[in-house]
Design a protein around this ligand. Structure first.
Ligand SMILES: Nc1ncnc2c1ncn2[C@@H]1O[C@H](COP(=O)(O)OP(=O)(O)OP(=O)(O)O)[C@@H](O)[C@H]1O
Ligand SMILES: [Mg+2]
Length: 223
């Protein structure tokens, strides 16, 4: 479970998040949506242990992030978290398959996961890219490699920032189907940042941001 208590985030003198309080329960599929610049990625970084709020507290599975040792946070990420970023961070010198197996490699479990990794590449329509380096793939193919990497260890949490951003309608739908299925079958907690209203609506709950405050789609100003 993730508990956010009155979190703010400042960059210099600018306040980006203004005192947000909410919980995300185990097994929930939550979307974070809102216009460009509303603070979605900033909030996701905080919720997903990658950044700390300026004030306020984040507790994950009962642990206060601010007081967790960096070793404990690393262990938590390796074992329990799948990340899918807006600017995905594939390692350029590793092939698609090796990138997908990176979390397994960190835990010394490559042999156990090789077939599973291949099956994810297949599900995401990129089996034929398995032996290629990221620089030899299209943006959307790279994005799907990052998605396979996030899923391969069956993490307890998946944090995804615009995972469908680079994809055509067909593959974006496929990724949404896979996330939904993972949430239902594996009870994975998913926090999905998206500015696509249709995708946001597929989550069980939507956290809608307007200028760093939780609002509702109905109350948002129309531009
Ligand atoms: N490291 C940073 N330093 C200074 N300002 C930042 C930093 N990161 C984000 N911001 C600012 O915080 C605000 C929110 O940024 P954020 O990336 O969270 O928006 P977003 O909702 O994810 O937008 P998008 O849909 O375009 O990805 C923006 O005004 C941005 O310029
Ligand atoms: Mg963003």
């Amino acid at each position: 479970m993730i508990e956010c208590k009155n979190i703010t985030k400042d960059f210099g003198k600018q306040r980006i998040l203004h005192g947000l309080t909410f919980n995300i329960s185990d097994g929930e599929f939550v979307s974070i949506s809102g216009r460009s610049g509303s603070g979605k990625s900033t909030l996701l970084y905080i919720v997903s242990t990658l950044d700390l709020p300026s004030t306020g507290e984040v507790h994950i599975d009962g642990n206060n992030l601010a007081t967790m040792s960096s070793k404990k946070i690393h262990m938590f990420r390796n074992y329990h978290v799948g990340f899918i970023f807006q600017f995905h961070y594939l390692l350029p010198e590793l092939t698609a398959l090796e990138n997908v197996l990176l979390p397994a490699r960190n835990l010394g479990l490559v042999d156990k996961y090789e077939e599973i990794a291949q099956s994810w590449l297949k599900k995401l329509n990129i089996s034929d890219q398995a032996g290629k380096l990221p620089g030899q793939m299209s943006g959307g193919q790279q994005q799907r490699v990052a998605i396979a990497r996030a899923l391969v260890m069956k993490p307890k949490y998946i944090f995804a920032d615009e995972p469908t951003g680079n994809l055509d309608t067909y593959n974006a739908g496929l990724v949404m189907d896979i996330l939904e299925e993972t949430n239902k079958k594996e009870k994975t907690t998913i926090v999905l940042v998206t500015h696509e209203p249709d995708f946001a609506a597929r989550a069980q709950r939507e956290i809608f941001l307007v200028d760093g405050r939780i609002s509702s789609r109905e109350e948002a100003p129309v531009f």
